[in-house]
Design a protein around this ligand. Structure first.
Ligand code: BGC
Length: 739
């Protein structure tokens, strides 16, 4: 479709394009031939509302496939899987007349308590960014736009529309922005959604630094910046900061404010034109498709995808997979009333829902059932526990389905515990059952402490989407070999989590005091034990890692090669996790950081050598003084980890790194001046020339004491008694360094 030229539109029409035409669409301009484009949640399915609209998932939407939410996809560590979800959601978007999907959400899981963690991939920016980019590319290959959200530092629900996330720049650059950066630069999403919260005091939707300097000028983003629903406060300030489209709409008062600001000379009309042009750019995404229904086969695909997201946390005495023809007692309400997605704007009206109990029965074997508890309190806890114990006693294996209900956008969790009656149920069952398997249904991590040692096996089943019941049955029975790994550390105690003392903040501010030490970066740096580390995940087969080689490919990059072998008797998928550890450079680095990964499918006995590039960024830190990514010269250890805390192979390399780009100024310290290759000798000469013989002898005798004065800013050193240098002398020497 020919895109209309904003220059041909009146100022009023252009301004009106910059807010929605209704709750879910951009504004059509019939006379100018501008159609409306539908934007809709997601992102693990399509929430297409045709009648009553809302952004919290209250009103009905059309049936669509509920694929595994991001918490599950994150645990797959599989970019092909993330891409498949993107492709299928894209197909359904077109079938449902949707042009732009409001996802993926790539915020970092700063605290396990964040109520929306089920919508986010990981505590690690690389994992989040790689999966998000794969999702976006595949979604957009279907002719549908993606919206990366929530930009930025939206890591909690408490006070989400007003709270200021106070984050230092290095932490923003290294932890909270890289997933957005990767997706924007590699996958070119149609839109980026500005978050509700403030970033360092400035609302994200009015944040010029974030929306224009970083997003557009540094990363080259050319798409539309859309507000989160209802996030815009000062419309003119938001527009000037770089926010193109206010949602929802319409908003006649704000349209008028834009027109007025231009007429009064407060806002350059060119800003309106640029935003209007970008919004008009979305018209190429008007959802239309030959398909008008959600394909039925998507349910079976959702089952396959979900199974590869399941994480086997513990499997003592090979309790899993369930032995063929064994007697299985299925216990727990989550086996019949599964939780498979969170609540809020991402809630999908699923086309159908599998339950684990039915799916296990379909796979054969003797399966008995007891509810064990009722989340709504309709069963007597004592009686239902007794019944569960009776059923468990007669089985070879008891599989207990426990979890959380009511995980939702809008509120954070207050603790990490499962409900008390579920914890007690697990312990009671484990006392009598020959083997006890616990299956967790949660949108985030929960404490396993009270009952961990009682269970023989523990399966993290997250929220797996509408086919999760079948997927869990596939993993429990061994039809699918589990291959998920934790995308978030499982702590021993909430008090151990790095954001514990500052989450969710106070007096309107949340201070990201742990800096870059988020998740495993913290636990590994301070040597704090966790129940299960980031990257952990077991399999029904075993893998071996050999022949690690790391070749330096320049001053600041390397290539890693490693051979992995399936040493067991079942086909399985292995995740190669490459971390980099260093103390090079002047900033404190986390003990190790994930810098590359890939998932490899291997038949029994099969070996494969994988090659992974470690580009410049894998070795960099963000230097706030120079305002750029820097590779310090020094030693770097490349580690292959079974997870973030267990290294199975490592090799050290030395990198030349970047030339020291420190720029000397009058405020640089004496030490920095003297160390400078050009200014240092000149300053030394000048100091010597101005000194008396006695002073010279004294200074030679005291040369070891230079470190005592090394930190004094050069400018101030001049004022000490006996100094004959002037500020002009210093300035002249400084000039020689810039020639
Ligand atoms: C959420 C967004 C969502 C929007 C529209 C907001 O409440 O934060 O993620 O896309 O509503 O439903």
């Amino acid at each position: 479709m020919q895109q209309p030229d904003p220059a041909a539109l009146s100022l009023e029409d252009k301004a009106s394009l910059l807010a929605g035409g209704d709750f879910w669409s951009t504004r059509p301009l019939d006379e100018a031939g501008v159609p409306a484009v539908v934007l809709t949640d997601g992102p693990h399915g399509i929430r297409r509302q045709r009648a009553d609209a809302d952004h919290l998932g209250f009103h009905a939407s059309e049936p669509a496939t509920c694929f595994p939410p991001a918490v599950a996809v994150g645990s797959s560590w599989d970019s092909e899987l993330a891409a498949k979800v993107g492709e299928l959601v894209g197909r359904e978007a077109r079938a449902l007349g949707v042009g732009v999907v409001l996802g993926p959400g790539v915020n970092i899981k700063r605290s396990p308590l964040c109520g929306r963690n089920f919508e986010y991939y990981s505590e690690d920016p690389l994992l989040s960014g790689v999966l998000g980019a794969a999702f976006v590319r595949a979604l957009q290959s279907q002719g549908v736009g993606a919206t990366v959200k929530h930009f930025a530092a939206n890591n909690q629900e408490t006070g989400r529309m007003r709270v200021s996330s106070d984050v230092d720049e290095r932490t923003l650059r290294e932890i909270y922005l890289p997933a957005f950066e990767r997706i924007v630069t590699e996958a070119r999403p149609a839109a980026v959604m500005a978050a509700y919260n403030r970033v360092n005091g400035v609302p994200a939707s009015e944040n010029h630094w974030l929306l224009t300097e970083v997003l557009r000028e540094e990363w080259g983003f050319e798409g539309v910046v859309v507000s989160d629903w209802g996030a815009v406060g000062d419309r003119v300030a938001a527009l000037a900061a770089g926010l193109d489209l206010q949602m929802p709409g319409p908003d006649a008062a704000n349209d008028a404010a834009i027109v007025r600001a231009v007429r009064e000379g407060v806002l350059d009309e060119a800003v309106v034109d640029a935003s209007a042009r970008r919004v008009l750019g979305l018209t190429g995404l008007v959802g239309n498709s030959a398909e008008t229904a959600v394909p039925a086969e998507h349910h079976a695909l959702a089952r396959e995808l979900a199974a590869d997201c399941v994480v086997l946390l513990k499997n003592d005495n090979a309790a899993l997979p369930l032995a063929e023809h064994s007697r299985v007692a299925v216990i727990g309400e989550f086996a019949t009333v599964p939780a498979f997605q969170g609540d809020g704007s991402s809630r999908i009206n699923a086309t159908r829902v599998d339950t684990p109990l039915e799916a296990l029965r379909e796979l054969g074997g003797t399966v008995t059932y007891a509810a064990g508890f009722a989340s709504d309190g309709t069963l007597d806890p004592e009686e239902s526990r007794e019944e569960a114990v009776r059923v468990a006693r007669e089985a070879d294996t008891a599989v207990v389905f426990v979890g959380l209900r009511g995980e939702t956008e809008g509120t954070d969790r207050e603790h990490l515990e499962l409900p008390a009656e579920q914890r007690e149920l697990v312990r009671a069952v484990a006392t009598v059952a020959p083997r006890t398997v616990v299956v967790l249904t949660t949108g985030g991590v929960v404490s396993l402490e009270e009952w961990h040692d009682d269970a023989d096996a523990i399966v993290a089943g997250w929220l797996l989407g509408q086919a999760g019941g079948g997927a869990l049955a596939d993993v429990l029975s061994g039809a699918v070999n589990p291959s998920g790994h934790l995308a978030e550390s499982v702590p021993l105690r909430l008090e151990d989590t790095p954001s514990y003392l500052t989450f969710p903040g106070e007096a309107g501010h949340v201070r990201y005091g742990e800096g870059v030490m988020v998740g495993y970066r913290h636990y590994e740096s301070v040597g704090r034990a966790v129940r299960y580390p980031f990257g952990h995940g077991l399999s029904y087969t075993t893998f071996r890692t050999d022949n690690l080689s790391v070749d330096v490919t320049g001053d600041d990059s390397a290539t890693v090669r490693v051979t992995v072998t399936n040493t067991g008797d079942r086909a399985g998928k292995h995740v190669v996790q490459v971390y980099v550890a260093t103390t090079a450079g002047p900033v404190r680095r986390p003990a190790r950081e994930l810098r590359a990964f890939t998932k490899v499918a291997l038949r029994p006995g099969e070996s494969r050598t994988v090659e992974l590039p470690l580009e410049r960024r894998a070795f960099s830190y963000y230097d706030i003084e120079q305002g750029r990514w820097t590779v310090a010269s020094g030693a770097y250890t490349v580690q292959v980890g079974e997870n973030a805390s267990r290294v199975v192979a490592e090799q050290s390399v030395t990198l030349a790194g970047d030339a020291d780009g420190t720029v000397l100024s009058l405020d640089s310290s004496l030490g920095e001046w003297l160390a400078h290759p050009v200014a240092g000798p000149l300053l030394q000469q000048a100091l010597d020339a101005g000194a008396t013989e006695e002073q010279r002898q004294q200074s030679e005798a005291n040369s070891g004491l230079i470190h005592m004065v090394a930190s004094i800013p050069a400018r101030q050193f001049l004022h000490f008694p006996g100094m004959s240098l002037s500020i002009d002398d210093l300035a002249r020497i400084l000039e020689t360094t810039t020639r």
